[in-house]
Design a protein around this ligand. Structure first.
Ligand code: AMP
Ligand code: MG
Length: 491
């Protein structure tokens, strides 16, 4: 028996300039530490086979499975606003694509599998900590219902990687609907290779937006579709308190999935200016800046597509601006609708936006925990005597004043208390991957080779909207001495 991957590769059939053919570098002693069995089955892979030693060798890049066509993808990107004409997969190798049980094409990529022609000065490797962080957070995002790349497996390599110290090396198997980024378009646009831009756009349309081939102007429609998906994605991030941390154009997916979990984190106390990443000194990627940055990234995408829009530059620019103009509206509609749901409103009335903003302002001023405030508000919707939410506010009176207005507003709707509570609990998670928990899990794995805390955290985060009383402690924000204020890329 061998492990069978039903590959059907399409990206590696594109012209040679799109990638470099490169095999993963074998590692010393691969050991599987986590397999996402449900995802494996969804991809048409046999979870039992992946758990054999041969499976671990494949997931570590030691053996290349039959049918794989391993490549490192070429891309460019703006990193913190600075353009780099060539980045590319420096430590990731796309094994190939499979069609999943829903008929969707999915990339299977090894991250940390050794150097590629795009590695520059990097070693092509990943350390265990960031691999576990990506596994935890990407799967948590999936369970929250937010578009994201997934994690199929994590293996330790039996080798060390040198960062500030020597750390256990690991490989993450990442699954994405594709790994095509804004930066992939930039790679060809900066080389003035319009034919390649067109080829890439056609590939993206057939893969992610097939209906658009019937549009009158498919490339315009493509930009519009990516704008819409990114606007909706960032709204979803804000609604759960997620800070991506490194929204460079090379980390901005054309499919609208959250991609590249580096220094990302969920905020505890609500703070619009929240930054976690140690390298984001200017707060470029702060929580509340994320919509603006998404639009900035989409504007870079639009620039790449201009030659496909029209030979007349001015006309093309005007058309692009028109399409980009939809971002704000799409974002606001998604964000405001999400907030209305978070406070349990079924209808729209004048004054709702102010009611919501006043809550957010009071939360910021009173350092209220973002997740728990909304969750407990749901409890209060079910039972007005349940006033736990007020304890999240430094000055509980600030909450009481707001809650009075809120109860008056919800009373104008016919839904029962139980209906409102159920609706609120369905959108306000009880559990998020709190930073201090993620750090603790990583420490146990890296320092003590103990994966029990990791397993428990992953299991708990799979049901973020359920109360799960046995895991109640995971809902708690960090104590002052447990707070993790900074995160690191770990590359
Ligand atoms: P990131 O900040 O993870 O999005 O990565 C930015 C660029 O650096 C990408 O081209 C990565 O492939 C590359 N890179 C990051 N870490 C490494 C590494 N350890 N070795 C080689 N390339 C890397
Ligand atoms: Mg990246």
């Amino acid at each position: 028996m061998t492990v069978h991957f039903p590959f059907q590769n399409s990206y590696s059939a594109l012209p040679d300039s799109f990638f470099a053919r490169v095999a993963p570098t074998p590692v010393a002693a691969p050991r599987l530490i986590k397999l996402n069995r449900a995802l494996a089955a969804q991809l048409g892979l046999d979870p039992d086979m992946l758990e054999t030693p041969e499976g671990a060798e494949i997931l570590a890049g030691k053996t290349v499975p039959a049918g794989a066509d391993p490549i490192a993808m070429a891309y460019a990107g703006h990193q913190f606003g600075q353009f780099v004409p060539q980045l590319g997969d420096g430590r990731a190798i796309l094994l190939g694509e499979v069609i999943d049980k829903d008929g969707l094409r999915r990339d299977i990529q090894l991250k940390g599998s050794g150097p590629t022609p795009f590695s520059r000065r990097g070693d092509g490797r990943a350390a265990l900590g960031p691999v576990l962080r990506e596994y935890i957070v990407s799967e948590a995002m999936y369970a929250l219902g937010i578009p994201t790349t997934r994690s199929l497996a994590a293996v330790v390599t039996g080798e060390h990687v040198i960062r500030e110290t020597a750390l256990p090396g690991a490989v993450l198997t990442r699954v994405a609907s594709s790994h095509i980024r804004v930066g992939t378009f930039q790679f060809f646009a900066v080389r003035r290779d319009t034919e390649a831009v067109r080829r890439l756009a056609d590939h993206v349309i057939s893969r992610h937006y097939p209906d658009l081939f019937r549009a009158e102007r498919p490339y315009h429609a493509l930009l519009g579709a990516v704008v819409a998906r990114q606007a909706e994605l960032v709204a979803r991030w804000l609604l759960v308190g997620f800070v991506h941390g490194v929204m460079n154009t090379d980390n901005s997916s054309i499919s609208g999935e959250t991609i590249d979990y580096g220094p990302c984190a969920f905020m505890d106390a609500y703070n619009p200016a929240q930054v976690f990443s140690s390298i984001d000194e200017m707060g470029r990627y702060a929580y509340a800046n994320q919509p603006r940055i998404a639009l900035w990234n989409l504007t870079r995408l639009a620039e790449c597509l201009l030659p496909l829009f029209s030979d007349e530059q001015e006309k093309a620019v005007a058309e692009a601006q028109d399409i980009l103009g939809a971002f704000s509206e799409t974002f606001s509609v998604a964000y405001q609708a999400g907030l209305r749901k978070k406070i349990g409103l079924f209808t729209m009335r004048d004054g709702d936006d102010a009611l919501i903003q006043d809550l957010l302002d009071a939360m910021a001023k009173n350092q209220a925990d973002f997740t728990l405030t909304f969750r407990k508000l749901g409890d209060a919707a079910g039972d007005p005597a349940a006033d736990d939410a007020r304890a999240e506010f430094m000055d509980p009176a600030a909450f009481d004043e707001w809650a009075k207005r809120w109860h008056e507003r919800t009373a104008l709707e016919p839904q029962t208390a139980a209906e409102r509570q159920a609706a609120m609990h369905a959108v306000n998670p009880m559990f998020i991957p709190r930073n201090h928990r993620v750090e603790a899990v990583i420490q146990a794995a890296v320092n003590d080779d103990n994966y029990a805390p990791f397993e428990e955290l992953v299991k708990m985060l799979a049901k973020p909207y359920e109360d799960q009383p046995e895991y109640a402690a995971y809902a708690d924000p960090p104590l002052p001495d447990q707070r993790v204020l900074q995160t690191f890329c770990g590359t």
